[in-house]
Design a protein around this ligand. Sequence first.
Ligand SMILES: C[C@@]1(CC(=O)O)C2=NC(=C\c3[nH]c(c(CCC(=O)O)c3CC(=O)O)Cc3[nH]c(c(CC(=O)O)c3CCC(=O)O)/C=C3\N/C(=C\2)[C@@H](CCC(=O)O)[C@]3(C)CC(=O)O)/[C@H]1CCC(=O)O
Ligand SMILES: NC(=O)c1ccc[n+]([C@@H]2O[C@H](COP(=O)([O-])OP(=O)(O)OC[C@H]3O[C@@H](n4cnc5c(N)ncnc54)[C@H](O)[C@@H]3O)[C@@H](O)[C@H]2O)c1
Length: 242
Amino acid sequence: MTPLYHDLSDETVVVFGGGSVGARKARGFDEAARVVVVSPAFDERLLSLAAGVGNEERGNNEGRDDEDHDDDGDHDGAVELVRAAPGAGDVAEWIDRLAPAVAVAATDDAAVNAAVESAALDRGILVNRTDVSGGRDPGSVVVPATVEDDQVTVALSTGGTSPALAKALRERIEAEIEGAGAMAALSGEIREELKAADVPPEKRREAVRRVVRSRGVWKGLQKGRSYGRQEADTVIEEVLDR
Ligand SMILES: C[C@@]1(CC(=O)O)C2=NC(=C\c3[nH]c(c(CCC(=O)O)c3CC(=O)O)Cc3[nH]c(c(CC(=O)O)c3CCC(=O)O)/C=C3\N/C(=C\2)[C@@H](CCC(=O)O)[C@]3(C)CC(=O)O)/[C@H]1CCC(=O)O
Ligand SMILES: NC(=O)c1ccc[n+]([C@@H]2O[C@H](COP(=O)([O-])OP(=O)(O)OC[C@H]3O[C@@H](n4cnc5c(N)ncnc54)[C@H](O)[C@@H]3O)[C@@H](O)[C@H]2O)c1
């Protein structure tokens, strides 16, 4: 399995199955893509997502300009629910109509999930099969456990073997990456500044490497951006003066 970060803005993700697993996947993809859930019944969390509850603070609507799919127009970014129970033979038609970039098979009907998988694979569409673990077929993707701090994202998979372990490790990493977003912003800015000032590449790299490893800078950033910056300037001066 090869982990990649994929930009799904302007793409559609279709989720077959509106139970608890379908709801979790819809929520995960909804931050970036248009999400359509096809199911005869919907978990309560999906009803909230469809009403746009919780979307505002997640800031997931950037870069989205097609509101055609939005039923009431009020909740840009809301998940769309389509009440239907396609049989295994109907799934391909749904996929053709929705033209998704990713299809998620999350029903409790193994035959329907298998039909989603084969229809997606036939069309070169990525498929996430939620009812099987272990090895994947080519074109089949795993949804990892993820932790985010601003622009920094950690995605974690056990290769499909142990989702419970993926979750447990994710909980540990959550504490570990706190503040990483602020550090990414600061060190990115410093890198640009040193480049613009024509600092020789070797010195520039050493300075940036030291900044991201400096306990003082991490601590400073906890107090506020300018404290982090001050600490970083001290580190940079040490490197440049040598
Ligand atoms: C990471 C996460 C992302 C997400 O889905 O959001 C995710 N599962 C999560 C939680 C979780 N899932 C399950 C449990 C109960 C404990 C257990 O059974 O282990 C727990 C833990 C809990 O709930 O505490 C049950 C389960 N999961 C799968 C099956 C099918 C099977 O095993 O056959 C069954 C059995 C169903 C049954 O027996 O009925 C299958 C998959 N689940 C995956 C992802 C993919 C592999 C990821 C990897 O490579 O590690 C894969 C292969 C396909 C996929 O769905 O992409 C999310 C944690 C998010 C977070 O909290 O950070
Ligand atoms: N990946 C994971 O993390 C994970 C975790 C638990 C369970 N599972 C597996 O995922 C599947 C779904 O789990 P769940 O807990 O959400 O089950 P669930 O029973 O709560 O939900 C299944 C949903 O599929 C819908 N459905 C049934 N037939 C359908 C059809 N033809 N088309 C569209 N939707 C249809 C049902 O109405 C229901 O909303 C199960 O097969 C289970 O083995 C996966």
